[in-house]
Design a protein around this ligand. Structure first.
Ligand code: ATP
Ligand code: MG
Length: 333
């Protein structure tokens, strides 16, 4: 449904998107996940036609769209900032894209779209009398009312508080199941990406470092960056010495069955893959943070911070030395 081939984009001398290729299947939901400034919004705007690529090609539904204006591409868009017209009612906002196209039978379509986002009762409200979550629902209804081929969403939930974010996240998943719309969803929130998408493209400095289904991404990250960004893994730099990993002046005993590539340079350990209170390593505690369901214990490893998730009753004190076992890890060359 959407295909990007070797797309490049620079602002002045600065390359922002560097030869990005991506194929999105019909009905698929892809998340573009990555840190601030990695080129997510720029990529989305190139697909939308709001920005022109310096090189590369974009196809939507089989057609080359280079040079086509945004309104000719059959897309719906939702932004972080809602972009709702303040002087139009909810229903008028949602009707607007249909009006532009001169579509007949608009009233029924508007009613249907408001039903999808459960705003039927608020059709005549003015935007100033709506909450943030309701405004974002209006934006969703407006983006969906003309049955777009592809829905593009740029951080649609990041202006909302945590509880509302989860509600709306579930609603987007339900809408998608119901309508089968192809979606490209930009976020820097790994939970959102993992929970919603069929496949997640992890972006870093204008390239996709890994594109994979959520589970595969989480369990088999291809680079230390992906491991650290998705799941908050600890990444330690060092080298293998015999069976152990040496990081600065620390020697870490690794799991016996760990695959040990010859030129290993990075040791990646997820916080939940460490056992605190038992094991062959002795590490100094920097901090112990009670999180309710668990305790985050922070260790110092040769000047680097290493985070472990321990059961809530485990609460070592800062300054203490504690036994630690690395249950699972990954080594990268
Ligand atoms: N119009 C512009 N002119 C110059 N530089 C720009 C322009 N738009 C974006 N950039 C730069 O391009 C880079 C990528 O921006 P982009 O908005 O795509 O990032 P992003 O991944 O969406 O980040 P965020 O998570 O903060 O929204 C950034 O360094 C940004 O400063
Ligand atoms: Mg952005």
């Amino acid at each position: 449904m959407v295909s990007l081939e070797q797309v490049h984009k620079s602002y002045g001398e600065t390359p922002v998107v560097k030869g990005l290729s991506l194929e999105v299947a019909r009905g698929e939901m892809i998340a573009l996940l990555g840190p601030s400034g990695c080129g997510k919004t720029t990529t989305l705007r190139i697909i939308a036609g709001l920005e022109h690529a310096d090189a590369g090609r974009v196809h939507i539904d089989g057609a080359l769209v280079t040079g086509q204006p945004p309104e000719a591409r059959g897309l719906g868009m939702v932004f972080q900032s809602y972009a709702i017209w303040p002087h139009k009612t909810v229903a008028e906002n949602v009707e607007y894209p249909l009006k532009l196209k001169g579509v007949a039978g608009r009233e029924a379509l508007v009613r249907q779209a408001l039903g999808w986002v459960r705003l039927d009762a608020l059709a005549q409200r003015m935007p100033h009398a709506l909450s943030g979550g309701q405004l974002q629902r209006v934006a969703l209804a407006r983006a969906l009312v003309a049955s777009p081929k592809v829905l593009l969403l740029d951080e649609p939930l990041s202006n909302l508080d945590a509880a509302l974010r989860e509600d709306l996240r579930a609603e987007i998943a339900a809408l998608r199941a119901r309508l089968g719309t192809t979606m490209i969803y930009v976020t820097h929130d790994q939970n959102e990406a993992l929970a919603l998408a069929d496949r997640v493209a992890v972006m870093n400095h204008g390239v996709i470092e890994q594109l994979a289904p959520p589970r595969e991404l989480y369990e088999s990250p291809k680079t230390p960056f992906v491991a650290a960004f998705v799941g908050g893994a600890n990444v330690l730099e060092g080298r293998l010495d015999g069976a152990d990993f040496v990081c600065g002046d620390r020697r870490l005993v690794l799991p016996a069955d760990l695959e040990r590539p010859a030129a290993a340079r990075h040791l990646v350990i997820r916080p939940e893959a460490l056992t605190v209170g038992d094991g062959p390593n002795e590490l100094g505690v920097v901090a112990s943070l009670f999180l309710g369901h668990s305790t985050e214990v922070r260790f110092d490893v040769a000047g680097h911070l290493m985070r472990a998730l321990a059961p809530a009753h485990v609460r070592p004190k800062p300054g203490e030395n504690v036994r630690v076992r690395i249950d699972r890890a990954q080594l990268f060359s």
